[in-house]
Design a protein around this ligand. Structure first.
Ligand code: IZC
Ligand code: ZN
Length: 426
């Protein structure tokens, strides 16, 4: 039977950005429709939203019900919980030693080709215990939550043996079970060719397809499979083989496409019907057309291009105009994007990709939800969806990307529970 009480009423919201309206992935001008309401309120019961809108309307809707707790938003800005749809959350070690190489002009792919980069994190991750990986990733998840992120996609890909990939995925599963932030897991055994297979990369592709994918599926440890399709990593043909095998096993599929070299990864994403394609700095118009036809979400990662000192940016404006839904993400990882802050990414989305504050908030809420197949439960504030919302120390959307490099979060509500209050974890 329905409870006749309201667990939490968030009221006195100055500007309530709901993302109400079209719930399919948003493209073109729809990316500017953020469903903003002045003087708003949100009523929550059992972790879900029961009413959302202008405060007087919400109060009328819930009239007669006892309200267990009221939270005064003090006229501030409220948005849906932010979604980070592309991270390499679970890993051992860090790579600050690469900064010096980077400053000397050594490229990301050259560092990898010399056995560093991803492969140095593979060594650290293989050496780490499950507990050590858990503690480190939990620290990062706490930082993400403090910055307003309530759902995170997390990839494996630093184990590169069946056992070590499973170790990473088990950590993500345990974090999902124990941390307020929800995790969505992606198997990325095809993140790099391990040194053991340096002379025989096709042998490693066989291991990924024949051993790893079926076992990860059997243990139910990942929803998605991703491949790093890049010069010197996995070819388009190898990526195709792996993603087709994953699709046949029932995984959703994703691809790191055309980040540094134009490889045809975006075309492959469209051809195979990937749910998302990531990076895309070097993607061609043909690649974009294929993605547009397939409805593939473009996940742009501007903190990565910033950190790699690339002169180029993903062509977000072109994609938005072509009708490709654009999402934004941190790409949090120890090499090319050591930051947990989705707010920094929002600033870079504006300043480096030319997106407006409205397009940016769409990209980290409803479109990010689509990139991980979760738009039926998160990504907007609507009756029936999860009560994931953020109160910012701001009165309008533009203030978030404008005042950059700091944390604007005041309060985070996750599944109806206050988990960050006054900028601190509860
Ligand atoms: O550890 O460098 N790009 N994978 C693809 C990464 C960056 C993560 C890393
Ligand atoms: Zn990545």
């Amino acid at each position: 039977m329905e409870k006749n009480t309201i667990d939490l009423l968030v009221h006195n919201i100055g500007l309530l950005v709901t993302m109400q309206g079209k719930q399919e992935a948003r493209t073109g001008k729809e990316m500017s429709n953020v469903g903003a309401i002045e003087k708003g309120a949100v009523a929550v019961r059992d972790g879900k939203i029961v009413a959302v809108g202008r405060e007087e309307e919400v109060r009328a809707q819930i009239a007669g019900l006892a309200i267990e707790e009221e939270l005064d938003a003090k006229g501030k800005l409220v948005t849906p919980g932010l979604i980070d749809p592309h991270t390499h959350l679970v890993h051992g070690g860090s790579r600050e030693h690469e900064l010096d190489l980077k400053l000397k002009g050594v490229s990301y792919l050259d560092i990898l080709a010399q056995g560093g980069g991803i492969l140095s994190t593979v060594r650290a991750t293989r050496q780490a215990t499950e507990e050590e990986l858990f503690t480190k990733a939990k620290g990062s998840l706490d930082i993400m939550l403090l910055h307003g992120t309530t759902t995170v996609e997390a990839k494996s890909g630093y184990g590169l043996t069946l056992e070590d990939e499973i170790k990473q995925l088990r950590v993500a599963k345990k974090l999902n079970e124990s941390h307020p932030v929800d995790l969505v897991s992606t198997f990325m055994g095809a993140h790099a060719v391990p040194l053991e297979y340096k002379e025989r990369p096709s042998g490693y592709v066989d291991v990924v397809i024949q051993e790893m994918l079926p076992e990860v599926k059997r243990q139910g440890l990942a929803e998605f499979c991703d491949v790093f399709c890049e010069h010197g990593v996995f070819t388009v043909e190898q990526s195709r083989q792996i993603l087709i095998a994953a699709k046949e096993l029932g995984f959703g599929i994703k691809i790191h496409a055309d980040e540094i070299e134009p490889m045809g990864g975006a075309q492959l994403a469209g051809e195979l019907g990937c749910i998302s394609a990531e990076h895309l700095l070097a993607a061609s118009d043909e690649g974009f057309e294929a993605m547009q036809r397939a409805g593939t979400v473009a996940v742009c990662l501007p903190a990565t291009s910033f950190n790699l000192r690339l002169k180029k940016h993903a062509r977000a404006r072109t994609m938005i105009e072509m009708g490709i839904p654009v999402a934004l993400s941190t790409d949090y990882n120890p090499g090319s994007s050591p930051t947990e802050s989705i707010q920094l990414v929002m600033t870079l989305g504006c300043l480096n990709l030319g997106m407006t504050p409205e397009e940016v908030i769409t990209a980290v809420t409803i479109n990010a939800a689509h990139a991980i197949g979760k738009a039926n439960t998160i990504g907007s504030l609507e009756a029936g969806k999860q009560a994931d919302l953020v109160i910012f120390n701001a009165s309008n959307l533009a203030y978030l990307p404008y005042h950059f490099g700091i944390n604007h979060v005041n309060t985070v509500i996750k599944n109806g529970n206050i988990v960050v209050f006054d900028g601190k974890l509860c």
